[in-house]
Write a protein that binds this ligand. Structure first.
Ligand code: PGA
Length: 255
């Protein structure tokens, strides 16, 4: 897979629509030169329609940070596939570790959300990754296997060409502690193999596997040069146009 995919996860930022549009203007200018990479930003849901409209026809796709599995009904506070689609989005992050940690997301809810995304033609970016405790007790591969196998069970045909996985070790998210390129590569290779074993060779070959966890301008190139790292899901560094553009540039050079 040669074309790198760099997605920005804005999380709960920024405070106002004006600040969001200001960031979009800076991103539009900074990202304009990059034509070989795939780029997406995932802002909070309240500004999605405005931002998707802003980036329409550009090299920047727009995604949501979560989706509910039902299409409509009495589910206060949720946003649905039809809403995300009609807002102009093409992607959705599912199962981010913060949602698992603070909002009760499980492999079963991730499974239902992937189904909902696919029903509405939204590309799911499915996040997996172990905690520090799990890494220290050497169960990270079991955890990631369980996260992937349970989330994707029974779906292999529809997933072909319609899945992105983000490996994000929880201990590296927002901590400034990046996995070393070797640690990340080892887990990406493991994910690639487990897709082959549990699903199919073609799913394994065609699914981009992104790394996430304190990706910055100064570590992106080294990560992207690993054979099984197809791009990045970027949190903190995606909130400044210059740092996000520098990461995208590294992806462009290796695409
Ligand atoms: P970070 O976040 O880049 O701020 O570590 C990554 C993520 O949570 O997707």
């Amino acid at each position: 897979m040669s074309k790198k995919f760099i997605a920005g996860n804005w999380k709960l930022n920024p405070d106002t629509g004006e600040q969001a549009i200001e960031l979009c203007w800076q991103l539009k200018i900074a990202l304009a030169p990059f034509v070989k990479v795939k780029i997406a930003v995932c802002p909070p849901s309240i500004v999605l329609p405005m931002i998707a409209e802003f980036f329409k026809g550009t090299n920047v796709a727009v995604g949501a940070q979560d989706i509910y599995w039902e299409d409509a009904g009495a589910f206060t506070g949720e946003i649905s596939g039809p809403m995300i689609k009609s807002a102009g989005c093409s992607h959705v992050i599912i199962g981010h570790s913060e949602r698992r940690q603070y909002f009760g997301e499980t492999n079963q809810t991730v499974h239902k959300k992937i189904n909902a995304a696919l029903r509405h033609n939204l590309l799911p970016i499915v996040c997996v990754g172990e905690t520090l405790e799990q890494r220290e007790s050497s169960v990270m591969k079991d955890i990631v296997r369980e996260q992937i196998v349970e989330a994707l069970s029974g779906m292999q045909d529809i997933l072909l060409g319609n899945l992105v996985i983000a490996y994000e070790p929880v201990w590296a998210i927002g901590t400034g502690k990046t996995a070393t390129p070797e640690q990340a590569q080892e887990m990406h290779r493991f994910i690639r193999e487990l897709l082959t074993e549990n699903f199919s060779e073609s799913l394994s070959e065609t699914t981009p596997i992104l790394y996430g966890g304190s990706v910055k301008a100064d570590n992106a190139a080294e990560l992207f040069s690993q054979p099984d790292i197809d791009g990045a899901l970027v949190g903190g560094a995606s909130l400044k146009a210059d740092s996000f553009a520098a990461i995208v540039k590294s992806g462009e050079e290796l695409s």
